[in-house]
Design a protein around this ligand. Sequence first.
Ligand code: OFO
Length: 176
Amino acid sequence: MIAERLLKAMNDQVKNELESYYIYLSMAAYFHDMSLDGMAHWMRCQAHEEMNHAMKFFDHILDRGGKVILQDLAQLKIEWASPAEAFQDAYNHEQFISGKIDELITIAREEKEYASEPILSWFLDEQVEEEATSSKISAELEMIGEDKSALLMLDRELGTRTFPAGSSLDPSAYNE
Ligand code: OFO
């Protein structure tokens, strides 16, 4: 049975991951509106991953005999001043989430909840990757500045990210 303190923190993390999903979906809408469909596609892929993260915590809580309690999500940001600002927000958000994973690991250790260590260590690795990716794109956008053709080239490149098969955020999965 999962320790009460960790259960509460994991339920909070289900909310954090769902908020991540919603934030990236909001960024996808922003990029579609700017006709930067490659960046929008990248954000849809990212949103897909975040939903999976939420469900990983959701299922782990159940596997450890806990009750999942869904919470209200925070009010969304829907506009950014530029693509660079949106990706900087994505990077800041990933740093915030990394801090939350660190807190979960601290609680799991204090509560001697060793059964939760494998999933938390998976998230630790995932956060290293997510911070690195969002930070790199953010730095590239800073370099690009006002150069529209470089922006379009990056948009094309980000549009090549692949969706996992059957993703519900992939238009080809629901537009058949
Ligand atoms: Fe769930 O990794 Fe990003 O937020």
